[in-house]
Design a protein around this ligand. Sequence first.
Ligand SMILES: C[S@@+](CC[C@H](N)C(=O)[O-])C[C@H]1O[C@@H](n2cnc3c(N)ncnc32)[C@H](O)[C@@H]1O
Length: 326
Amino acid sequence: MLKNTIKELSTTILNNQSDFDTIKNTIDEIHTHYLETTNIGDLGNSMQNLAAVPTASGMALSLNHAAACLLDYRRTAKFLQAMVSLIREKQQQHPNETINIFYAGCGPYAPFITLVAPLFKASEVQFAILEINAASLQMAEKLIDKLQLTDYVTEYHTADAVTFQIPDAKKYHILFSETLDALLYRESYVPILWNMLPQLNENCAVIPNNVIVQASMTFPQKEGEDVRKEKEAAVILNVREAVKINNGSKTLPNAFDPITINLAGDEKYSTMIVDTKVHIHNDIWLYRNESSLSIPLEMEIVYPLDAPNVTFFYQLKPSVELKLKN
Ligand SMILES: C[S@@+](CC[C@H](N)C(=O)[O-])C[C@H]1O[C@@H](n2cnc3c(N)ncnc32)[C@H](O)[C@@H]1O
């Protein structure tokens, strides 16, 4: 039975978190099963499957690109580990209760159901799924059906998570929404949390728990130094802090407050690096360059400085984007 095969492959990933080759081979094997089961490859590269879908504030990935996220190996392995351990924690906190999970943005493979549910009984975990891309949701439904996981899913919604009102929102123990890009560009994690967190129970846990966009300065590498020196310059955006101001009654602002970094001083810098630090859960983080989500942006600092100050701000309307002005 395919469900059992996936259960074994998921377990292999969980048991080999620090062995990249095993993670890669196992996820490739899962991918082969999912390709065969969904026939996604037969859809080809039609516009429908390649075009991003606009949301109320940002863009959602096409079916093909959302499917490809599975192959972001370290990302998938770490999110899987986080999801399974969070479910177990919630089971400890709520013995004999079914753990309810709201999955916003599942993509065509809904990996954080299809890899997770086989590890539990349907009486232990129940999922509600929401996806803005109708073709992706249809594919996810088909895969869930073929894997015989329909007992684990209570609701399917084709809707925009930026504006969606969650039915019976207080019952959820976990919100899962991997709707991120590096620098929080395009995809709508921030407006999704802005909309959904005030609706949910205050103890509802979120995966990823937070994203911090941070600027660091590097110094020219001196002779004899193995690595160049680097220092943190400023937190440009701490998502969970920023969305806290919404108690449910506020509309999404046009942008969050700007942050200015002063580059003048005695020391000369080589570059400025902007990192996307993804805090998945507890001590599980995505570090620089481990995933497409944590690729840094590096900018050279040219002297003499045109202007001593660099100002960043995170725009939310008309669509999300980290902006820089100097
Ligand atoms: C980065 S993909 C991740 C897919 C899958 N969950 C995974 O982790 O491999 C994000 C998914 O969220 C969906 N999405 C993005 N923004 C959304 C929104 N505002 N409302 C609903 N779905 C959204 C996209 O269409 C895409 O399928």
